[in-house]
Design a protein. Sequence first.
Length: 240
Amino acid sequence: MNRRPDGFTLLELIVVIGIFAVMAAMAYGGLRSVLNARGRIEASLARTAAFQKAYWVMRDDFINADARPITDGDGQRKPALLYVPLDRRLGFTRGGWGNPTDLPRSTLQRVGYVFDYDKQQLLRRTWPVLDRAPQTQPVDTLLLDRISQVHWRFLDANGQWHDVWPDTGAVQTRSAGDAPPPQAVELQFTARDWGQIRWMFSYGIGTGGVSPPASVPPPPASPPLQPAPGLSNPQQPNGG
């Protein structure tokens, strides 16, 4: 009787290679699915962190707001808080500007928030001095991108909301530079991936502004809004 030689036949090798190819394709598909899911999770976490960072930066700015007016580059006196609704540009004075290297400067700083409509970005703007010269240039820092429909509102001491600040009625008997500060500031915006978001901040309880009233009346009814990360109750001025 003839003995079969050791080893595999060509047909057996083809079958084994085929089985390994199918298993490798299945393993690669599963690995790719896991990597894609990981990428989506990391992107979501990074976006959440960006929202949290932006919220805390803005909260820190607003609660440290100061009542000190400024002089702009044209020599015009400007109030401590000024909002220009035409280009959605907000500027105000804040205190608590850290100075770890003991530079010869004030701890007060002029900051602002600017919405770049073309790039759909919310920028934080700072100036190196309060009373500016014509050549003084601001520094812009990106806070959030992929946003639109930015809208600011301001709560006065009588519990009324205003889309402009200083409110024209509040400064009829005084100069704009002496306008009183608001009690709270509200920002509404739309993120392409998160939808509508509303943040509210107390204004000036850190260094010199007016403390908010015991209860802040809620804004008029609006479509349901998604709370910001780290903001358990967006109706409270301090956001928790």
